[in-house]
Write a protein that binds this ligand. Structure first.
Ligand SMILES: [Mg+2]
Length: 266
């Protein structure tokens, strides 16, 4: 295809690079979604710059790539920008702070370069601990922030889609700690400008030439739009028409599933 001309899709003229969400767009509950494989194949053939942009906080970039490949979705680690990856970049910019990680053991692999402490940390890194969340852990985080530690949230998502339906996400824990400490968390995942600026730097494109494709109307669509990009919503994953309507956010384009993008590159 003609890379200079960009993609051919209604409402997306001049778009020359793509950010694609992973969970709810490429797969749900360890099963690939309709069209995901065709979309990845078409992207790779297109020659356009792209990255997979995810707020997944339970897996390291290496494990994400491994799990996607096991589902038949060929996604390389270097093509993934995750919220933990954004946090690592942010922490490096602070110097070499000591962290208290509220993260799954797997996601902690991305943070191996930082010293850890439960009692004297500079930064509390709030990700997802699944069933490990309990009062002891939250109280430790609370005490550290009250002693002056910064609260760094990988994201502030409200809910996500699993086989059994919508699941509570970590935003409730972030909001709870903010309330108790009277501090505001620094958010580095979607929809933060930090995340999207990092992604744009990696794509090497200005925001006006990039579209974000996701199933989260706030983190993906509104986040991208607020950073000057186009926001494309897919009707898979956590997409619920009634929940979208209450946000008042209008996507630049609505797709049945991610497979629709395969037609953009012909
Ligand atoms: Mg998603």
């Amino acid at each position: 295809m003609d890379v200079e001309a960009g993609i051919a899709a209604p409402g997306l003229q001049g778009i020359k690079g793509l950010l694609i969400d992973i969970n709810g767009v490429l797969y749900v509950a360890n099963k690939p979604l309709m069209g995901a494989n065709q979309a990845i194949t078409a992207l790779k053939r297109s020659g356009l710059p792209y990255r997979f942009a995810t707020n997944n906080t339970t897996r390291s970039v290496q494990t994400l790539s491994h799990d996607l490949t096991a589902m038949g979705l060929s996604v390389e680690p270097q093509d993934i920008i995750s919220a933990p990856y954004a946090a690592v970049i942010y922490l490096r910019q602070l110097g070499q702070p000591t962290i208290y990680p509220l993260l799954s053991a797997d996601a902690q692999q991305d943070f191996a370069e930082f010293t850890q402490s439960e009692t004297a940390a500079d930064v509390v890194v709030l990700g997802d601990m699944g069933y490990e969340w309990d009062y002891r852990v939250l109280n430790r985080a609370f005490r550290l922030v009250m002693q002056g530690a910064q609260l760094l949230a990988l994201h502030k998502g409200k809910f996500w889609q699993w086989e059994a339906g919508l699941q509570l996400d970590i935003g409730a824990f972030v909001a709870g700690l903010e309330y108790a400490t009277d501090q505001t968390a620094r958010v580095v995942g979607k929809p933060s400008p930090f995340f999207f600026e990092l992604a744009l730097t990696e794509l090497g494109l200005p925001p006006g030439q990039v579209a974000m494709i996701g199933d989260d109307i706030e983190a993906d669509v509104a986040g991208a739009q607020q950073s000057g990009m186009k926001g494309v919503l897919v009707k898979t994953g956590k997409y619920r028409p009634t929940l979208v309507a209450t946000t008042g956010i209008t996507p630049d384009l609505l797709l049945e599933d991610v497979g629709a993008i395969a037609q953009w590159f012909q």
